[in-house]
Design a protein around this ligand. Structure first.
Ligand code: SF4
Length: 56
């Protein structure tokens, strides 16, 4: 399983910086998580200001 980022994303970039496996990149209007790279650690979720990240 991987985490997913919802439309609540305000593109602050905090999640991408916290990801230990560089699974998060800037997408079209929001950041996106590469499901194949994500190890489901939860680091990104803790720093998200809009709670846009959740378990898929
Ligand atoms: Fe990266 Fe962990 Fe978030 Fe997955 S759960 S995108 S590995 S910080």
């Amino acid at each position: 399983m991987a985490r997913v980022i919802s439309d609540e994303c305000v593109m602050c970039g905090s999640c991408a910086e916290s990801c230990p496996v560089d699974a998060i990149s800037e997408g079209d209007g929001k950041y996106v998580i590469d499901a194949d790279a994500c190890v489901d650690c939860g680091s990104c979720e803790e720093g998200c200001p809009t709670s846009a990240i959740s378990e898929a």
